[in-house]
Design a protein around this ligand. Sequence first.
Ligand SMILES: *[C@@H]1O[C@H](CO)[C@@H](O)[C@H](O)[C@H]1NC(C)=O
Ligand SMILES: *[C@@H]1O[C@H](CO)[C@@H](O)[C@H](O)[C@H]1NC(C)=O
Ligand SMILES: *[C@@H]1O[C@H](CO)[C@@H](O)[C@H](O)[C@H]1NC(C)=O
Length: 301
Amino acid sequence: MGFCGFVLFFSIIQCRCGCGDHIALVIRSLPVSSGVVSPCAALQVERPQDLSDGKSENFKRMFFPRHRLTIAIYWSPFLINAHLIDNDGPNHTGLWNLFLDEVDPTWYAQLRRYDLVVIADGNWFTRPSLFFENRRLVGCHFCHRPNVTDLTLRYSHRAAFRTALAAINRLAASGQFTGTVFVRSFSPAHFEGGEWNSGGNCRRRRPYRANETHLQPLDQEFYDHQLEEFRAATAAGGGAKMRLLDTTAAMLLRPDGHPSRYGHSAHDAVAMYNDCVHWCLPGPVDTWNQLLFAMLAQESS
Ligand SMILES: *[C@@H]1O[C@H](CO)[C@@H](O)[C@H](O)[C@H]1NC(C)=O
Ligand SMILES: *[C@@H]1O[C@H](CO)[C@@H](O)[C@H](O)[C@H]1NC(C)=O
Ligand SMILES: *[C@@H]1O[C@H](CO)[C@@H](O)[C@H](O)[C@H]1NC(C)=O
């Protein structure tokens, strides 16, 4: 989810009021910690009670008493069990241990609480990482170790979605999870003139027309692999209700919707890298809610 995806959900609350729902967002980026959120606060229809277990901004559980609605955020950038083992690592972007066949327990252990789950992930797999299967090192992405095969991020990304969706299916098959899972497809970044750490930026002020752009080859792979894993997870039947929230093509057209270097409060004198990954609000992420709401309306009709 982008910066304000969480707050955007208030529009859904209004439309689904009084139904006592529990909603979980399993996401790769946090909405609440950013200054961008403050203008969004005006959208609130009700002040929630904070029922979070700890103080971490990474995990929030908010309860809206008037609507008997719970919304929770689980930060899970890889969906699977992952640990940062070196802050520095190759290229100074950290090094992660990824346990490809183990679902991330932080969200999975609580899944049964929720009626509606949105999964939105993908962009973190570019980080240097070591891959484990059965707790054995099987390869890596960009780890620069002579004795470890670089299986690339395609391997970890696909495995993570497969593991997570299969785990959800197992929980549903055993009757412990009865909710609906929305898998939001890959959300492309829009760096131009370099990457995030090499001077890239997103300065465009208007959306692309459909004939003016196309997915970068790697983004296309992310998208294709997520769809393939989604289809594989739903094909067998007998598992969870899963729906695809296919926002990729829409987001591709919005190079103008990122914070760039303005992703902080006007009062904070901070130097930030150009953020062409997350999204401003109001902005293109409104579309996600519109799509989600249309799909929810379809479900209940
Ligand atoms: C790491 O840095 C090298 C050299 O600057 C660059 O070619 C490579 O793309 C970077 N890799 C990652 C995963 O950031
Ligand atoms: C690979 O090499 C590194 C350093 O040379 C060593 O620390 C590590 O134990 C080796 N790993 C395996 C799986 O052999
Ligand atoms: C894209 O389509 C628009 C409207 O159909 C047209 O005016 C424009 O020339 C096209 N641009 C390109 C790059 O083909």
